[in-house]
Write a protein that binds this ligand. Sequence first.
Ligand SMILES: Cc1cc2nc3c(=O)[nH]c(=O)nc-3n(C[C@H](O)[C@H](O)[C@H](O)COP(=O)(O)O)c2cc1C
Length: 159
Amino acid sequence: MDVFEAIKTRRSIRSFSNKEISEEDLNTIMEAGRLAPSGNNRQPYKFVVIKDKALIKEYASTCCFQEFISDAAVIIVGCVEKGREVAGAIAVQNMVLEATELGIGACWVGWFDREKARALLNIPTNYEPFITVPMGYPKEYPAERPKKSLNEIFVYNKF
Ligand SMILES: Cc1cc2nc3c(=O)[nH]c(=O)nc-3n(C[C@H](O)[C@H](O)[C@H](O)COP(=O)(O)O)c2cc1C
């Protein structure tokens, strides 16, 4: 699968089977995050990779009644130094696209209780948990969600 194919076929997946993600595939996904660009190459992030089943269930309770998260095989919680969400987001999208290539589904989840997540995962105060990414093998493959047309989101030369 080439990059554009991964971009086109990625979906937010909200239903996971109980198939495990292999260590090899998880490492490939993490490697895709590690290689992301960042301003001044600062790499101002840490990612908490939750594999423990009991902790996945407990963590899901920080995600505001989004039950599907408790079925994830792995949850990656993105944490950034204050104000560095852009760098964090680039690394997350690298990981989500690599997961797509491997047939693994993921969903960006921004709706979660950051302070509960911090307490549960021992995230220090100099890092901000900014995104939760449950991953697992998809039980469904949703249709493409509606996207604006090129003309609606790109303007040429001046806004
Ligand atoms: C920053 C961000 C936060 C999001 N938060 C949530 C969330 O809390 N729960 C959820 O189910 N989906 C969440 N999504 C997924 C979006 O709903 C989804 O990307 C959008 O509906 C388009 O669908 P697609 O990803 O399949 O193209 C989030 C996406 C982004 C980028």
